[in-house]
Design a binder for this molecule. Structure first.
Ligand code: HEM
Length: 402
């Protein structure tokens, strides 16, 4: 292995503003690249489509609590105060677990979070969207993220979980704080709120998702989610369902506004909308990097061998722009069969909320185009800034004229 001092640095300020170009350079050179993060971790980043799918479905690549030790062994000697624990986040949920724990958690939550429950949200998602859009007039200048992309998913997830109306402002403030700071204090405040909410639901089950999770069990009633698992699951649903969908809407609208021919085609033929959401997810993937994984055996990706005991991140954003899978990958083409994209991940951790995200994306983008035929960017595209987040790919603000 080369001396680590020469490793390229990932997650720099330059990376966040220009991630697609930097990832393309890595992808051209090799299917996976060893980099270091600002916190001082050595990590392999996988950037090619075929290899990304292979890693995400490889049973020797793990996510469970063992990752904390692996991270400790992959901290650079000169790293100052690197917190290896951050890779584990609030543990105990299925995105931080391996089979057989993952299998059990996912089975129980899938029983509660059914396609029927998502489809039943459709009229309500339409109503919330219409309410947000109706607060503005054509010609208004607004930040589209504040106006629509943030409030829609947070309202939907709080109603889905069954956060009572009088608590929704508090829940939204806590979630915003968490997203803005990612601090342990904010995480503890959210977990504290969810613990209270679960206690209240236990006493009086409703027909919301949280009540269904409290009630979810295997046939013989033996295998309910524990208190800690319930809090972690609710936390995961909130965090995973919120940050990401915001960026599907924000990035998607930006891609349309910067490709006027495609926007015109979509306005002219609304049958394109469903496929358009898939192509927007591919081109501007809201989750750029998966969560961390680790190897327990050497992993051969083409000519590259990732050793055992290494940390791995899969760049979904880079894989979704791999020319070998999507010719003309950097171009938005709403008629492209973009179905094979991996914006929702792949393998056993494939996004559980994908049907809900697609529903929200379609309704938000379709509703926005209907309400504002003259929608345009309010600033030159070069003035837009991307958020410095290691996981999600999303804008700081999206100023538009409605
Ligand atoms: C997992 C993306 C919306 C719930 C994932 C993963 C990705 C992803 C890439 C896998 C991460 C990994 O393997 O490291 C997205 C995107 C969304 C979105 C791009 C919006 C556009 C949602 C929503 C919910 C949700 C709305 C729920 C309300 C989950 C859950 C997991 C997950 C529970 C963990 C699944 C498991 O570990 O088995 N998502 N997500 N997501 N997502 Fe989503």
């Amino acid at each position: 292995m080369r001396p680590t001092a020469t490793l390229p640095m990932l997650f720099t300020a330059e990376f966040f503003q220009d991630s697609h170009r930097i990832e393309a350079a890595m992808r051209e050179q090799a299917p996976a690249t060893l980099v270091r993060t600002p916190a001082g971790l050595r990590v392999w980043v996988v950037t090619r489509y075929a290899e990304a799918r292979a890693v995400l479905s490889d049973p020797t690549v793990h996510k469970g609590p063992g990752i904390v030790e692996v991270a400790r062994r992959n901290v650079e000697a000169d790293a100052h105060g690197a917190e290896a624990e951050f890779v584990a986040g609030l543990g105990g949920h299925m995105l931080a677990s391996d089979p057989p724990d993952h299998t059990r958690l996912r089975r129980l939550v899938s029983r509660a979070f059914t396609p029927g429950r998502v489809e039943a949200m459709r009229p309500r998602v339409e109503e919330i969207t219409a309410g947000l859009l109706a607060a503005h007039r054509p010609g208004d200048r607004v930040d589209l993220l504040d106006m629509l992309a943030f409030p829609l998913p947070i309202t939907v997830i709080s109603e889905l979980l069954g956060v009572p109306g009088h608590d929704q402002d508090r829940f939204r403030a806590l979630s915003n704080e968490l997203v803005a700071t990612l601090s342990p204090d904010a995480a503890a405040a959210v977990a504290g709120y969810l613990t209270e909410l679960i206690a209240a639901k236990r006493a009086d089950l409703g027909d919301d998702l949280l009540s269904a999770l409290i009630d979810a069990h295997d046939g013989d009633d033996s295998d309910r989610l524990s208190e800690h698992e319930l809090v972690s699951m609710a936390f995961l649903l909130m965090a995973a369902g919120f940050e990401t969908t915001v960026n599907l809407i924000g990035n998607g609208v930006l891609a349309l506004l910067t490709h006027p021919d495609q926007l015109a085609a979509l306005r002219a033929d609304r049958a394109l909308l469903r496929g358009a959401v898939e192509e927007l997810l591919r081109l501007q993937s809201p989750v750029d990097m998966t969560t961390y994984r680790y190897t327990t055996e050497p992993l051969d990706l083409g000519a590259v061998r990732i050793p055992a005991d290494a940390l791995v991140l899969v760049s979904l954003g880079a894989a979704n722009r791999d020319e070998a899978r999507f010719p003309g990958a950097d171009t938005l083409d709403l008629t492209r069969p973009a179905g094979g994209h991996i914006a929702f991940g792949h393998g056993i951790h494939h996004c559980l909320g994908a049907p809900l995200a697609r529903l929200e994306g379609e309704i938000a983008i379709g509703g926005l185009l209907d309400a504002f035929p003259g929608l345009s960017l309010a600033v030159p595209v070069t003035e837009l800034a991307w958020r410095p987040s290691a996981i999600v790919h999303g804008l700081e603000k999206l100023p538009v004229v409605l």
